[in-house]
Design a protein. Sequence first.
Length: 295
Amino acid sequence: MRYDLIDLKLFLDILDAGSITHGAERSHLALASASARLKGLEESLGTPLFERQRHGVLPTPAGRALAHHARAVTHQLELMADELGDFATGLRARVRLLGNTAALAEHLPGVLGDFLLMHPQIDLDIEEKPSHAIVEALTRGQADLGVLADSTDMTGLEARPFRVDRLLLVTRLDDGSLDGDGRLHFEQLLGRAFVGLGRDNPLQQHIAGKALNAGRHLELRLRVSDFDTVCSLVARGVGIALVPEAALQRARDRHALRALPLADAWTTRHLHLCAMRFDALTPPAARLAQALLAG
């Protein structure tokens, strides 16, 4: 039986995207062409590779088995391209990196920009996900690397320390309502109005989950798209917020803010760079991992 590398790449793109339409876009194929190729691949194997659902597709047991071998094939091709060096002109590599909100917003942009400038033949596919979803994607082979908080169960992954990420309570500069002798706990804030990020933002979901664990709902006056806007609104007195320390350091140059630490252990998170196995990374992914850990 002969396998077409384009079909294998399409299959992996559909698997990673969770959708035939989006997988076709990643493979730069028209939807009709992608559907025909997938149908031909399934017919040649004599078994369906995906379960079609209302909002996407999920791999069948045969699909999961093919994914393991297809990734091994693409891994070997990338090894070949790397070893050929100058003879491999025109061959490009793509590395898929997942990160939680703090990692992508505060800790990764600078080092990723430097990496791309130094490695013009390597492209990056970056996506923001909650830490638990990053673990799941790495375990399923849907990403090469992930940056996530150590509060997540990382069993089965290799993890290396990346950054310390501390969430601070931010208020307007003249807000003295939280002054006191004792250390502040998150539960003490749950009667106050908050400014937060979008409903689908992983960090905002994490904070809202902590409120629910305390038996309360987070009172959000409004949601915005980035930390700088959050800090701007807090400085105007719209509400309070929990903001990563790195974001606050930048915002203080433009906004009059007061920052207070919380006593809750979960507000200090150690970020880790994770992979299934660092010694099994493709050469481009290994270069990226080295750059991230050095940066």
